[in-house]
Design a protein around this ligand. Structure first.
Ligand SMILES: [Fe+2]
Length: 192
């Protein structure tokens, strides 16, 4: 039997974490981190060796449910599986760190925003829609620190995506934004 090609070898969560450690040891430049982590996140999303049935357990209160697959002791390099109930989503928010998100199962509508106010008021923000994409399995959504997006599941089945952050977002300064009122406030999420 011929030796398996590199692309055919399994790519495990352990492989991914080792690569995240190596990349972030080699550079702290976010564009470079995202450029290098993105294809690996897609590979892990496709490999699915990490996937467990429980990652589909939903959270009706929050509309989405998040499961921590990995984080370093200092909360850096957080990898989470996040599922979304049909018809539910997350409001516009930032992450306080870089983010690389790869679709795993189903289509998630991702809307990106630009902040257009003068940032003179700590509890207010004005956002404008930049663009919107329907991200399917294997597709990437990447944001540098300060990038703002919202997520919505327009379909009739639970969706799942794989999220990697420079730092676990419950341990960063990050915000959610209310498009109607202009309110900006803390954003912490329930994580299993
Ligand atoms: Fe997000």
């Amino acid at each position: 039997m011929p030796a398996p090609q590199a692309k055919d070898r399994p790519y495990t969560l352990e492989n991914y974490v080792a690569d995240l450690r190596r990349i972030t040891a080699e550079t702290d430049e976010e564009d470079e981190i995202i450029r290098r982590v993105g294809p690996l996140a897609q590979r892990l999303a496709v490999d699915k060796s990490w996937l467990q049935d429980k990652y589909y357990q939903t959270n009706g209160e929050q509309g989405f449910n998040a499961f921590l697959l990995h984080e370093e002791p200092d909360h850096s390099l957080a990898v989470l599986a996040v599922n979304w109930l049909p018809g539910r989503g997350a409001p516009p928010h930032d992450h306080g760190t870089w983010a690389v998100i790869s679709g795993v199962d189903g289509v998630e509508r991702n809307t990106r925003y630009a902040r257009v106010d003068d940032r003179s008021r700590p509890d207010r923000a004005e956002l404008e829609v930049k663009h919107e994409i329907n991200a399917d399995a294997g597709e990437l959504i990447c944001m540098k620190t300060g990038g703002i997006h919202s997520v919505h599941n327009d379909g009739s089945d639970v969706t799942l995506s794989l999220h990697t952050y420079g730092t676990h977002p419950n341990f960063t300064e990050r915000s959610q934004f209310d498009l109607e009122t202009g309110e900006k406030k803390d954003f912490k999420v329930q994580v299993e």
